[in-house]
Design a protein around this ligand. Structure first.
Ligand code: CA
Length: 230
């Protein structure tokens, strides 16, 4: 999952993005309203964290413009503006959630998980497919009810594929949603993480759970009988 963090206070921005990366998200950070809209145009995000007191273009205006272009994206306002009227205006302008500063990081993290679940009509934090159960909140993965240890990157790749179970997902899409934009990525990098992820799963599952659909991408589904090519 990739998030855009719009926050002009550099220290706070660093703390939040560090925490979010620790939770397994890819994060792009921008520091004013103008930059925010530029990044929104170029990249694809799963969720936006939006401060309201921003240089260049005010957060409420940024919210309006993002919502005009994108009706589906989840937007969470994170602001020091704490009046009921501010909250009402924010939610009425199209934000999905509103958290007041100062805040507790764990609460922010939980609200983000909740919003992302709603994007995928997922009721709780546990995804389940084939032999695999993945808990986005506890960051636990079970294969045939036995835990496996994944790196953060492996976890987010698996989570993305499981949220889209039954669909073929291209390498570009996986990269777009699991890596920060500034990272210079070699195409081999995804293959490397996938190789390692599959190897760990296969130690407990006898079949290849992540299938390669040649020329198109990768898919995870409850149908396991077909053999993978790689
Ligand atoms: Ca601010």
């Amino acid at each position: 999952m990739k998030l855009l963090l719009i926050e002009d206070e550099i220290t706070l921005s660093n703390i939040i993005s560090k925490g979010l990366r620790k939770s397994g998200y890819a994060v792009d950070s921008v520091f004013d309203g103008e930059e925010a809209l530029e990044f929104m145009e170029i990249n694809e995000y799963d969720l936006v964290i939006l401060d309201l007191n921003l240089p260049k273009i005010d957060g409420m205006e940024v919210l309006k413009r993002i919502r005009r272009e994108n009706v589906d994206i989840k937007i969470l306002i994170l602001s020091a503006r704490s009046s009921i009227q501010d909250k009402i205006t924010g939610l009425d302008t199209g934000a999905n959630d509103y958290l007041v500063k100062p805040f507790d990081f764990q609460e922010l993290d939980a609200r983000i998980r909740n919003l992302l679940r709603r994007s995928f009509t997922q009721e709780n934090s546990v995804l389940s497919c084939a032999h695999i159960k993945l808990d986005s909140a506890k960051k636990v993965v079970l294969v045939k009810d036995l835990p496996i240890t994944l790196t953060k990157k492996e976890f987010s790749i698996l989570e993305y594929l499981m949220l889209h179970r039954g669909e073929v997902i291209s390498s570009e899409e996986i990269i777009e949603h699991t890596w920060d934009s500034e990272v210079d990525l070699f195409s081999n990098s995804l293959k490397f993480h996938l190789y390692s992820l599959r190897k760990k799963i296969k130690e407990l599952s006898d079949v290849e759970v992540i299938r390669t659909i040649r020329g198109h991408g990768y898919m995870i589904s409850d149908k396991l009988e077909e053999e993978s090519n790689e």
